[in-house]
Write a new protein. Sequence first.
Length: 207
Amino acid sequence: MKLQENTFRNLKYCLWLPENFDAKKKYPVIFFTHGAGSRGNDLRKLENNHPVLQKIFGYAEEAVICAPQCAQDTWFDVFESLIALTEFIYGRAYADKKKFYGIGVSMGGYAMMQLMQSRPQLFTAGIICCGGGMYWNAARLKEIPLRLFHGEKDTVVYPEESRRMAEKITESGGTVTLTVYPDCEHDCWSRAFDDAENMNWLLKQEK
């Protein structure tokens, strides 16, 4: 894939385009928010080392992938810029608005959940690993099919966070599947993205 490094409202981000990218065509878009371990001002943490992104590349060769980097303590310190970047990417001519997907892990799982609650009209579907969010606003997610993943032994983000969100989304009439791996700690994303069915499911979703 072709990599571009950009900055939008002081938020650095990586943008990967398909090898035979044609600006006149429409492409599915995957918007990815990383966890705490990738914070900083060095995009190489995302370019070369992020395990989830490396797996996504293998499944989504014909998609545009956008991955911003948080240079502050949490995504919520730069949340207005994150929303603005999401809207900017969504508005690009190449973006297929029927296929705009969100993926978030850990700290980025919280950010992606909040992004979807803040701008539910943008997202088609999503995968969130060891995240959580404002479950009292879960009804704002009812039009976005979601798959949530968590480790039962996670002591960084407790699995109750995902359980609570899944319960409230279901109560509001949404479509959500929660998978809790019984012998897994914080890193549930490796299992989630090792299973090709999850990404295949995501990329089949369409508004």
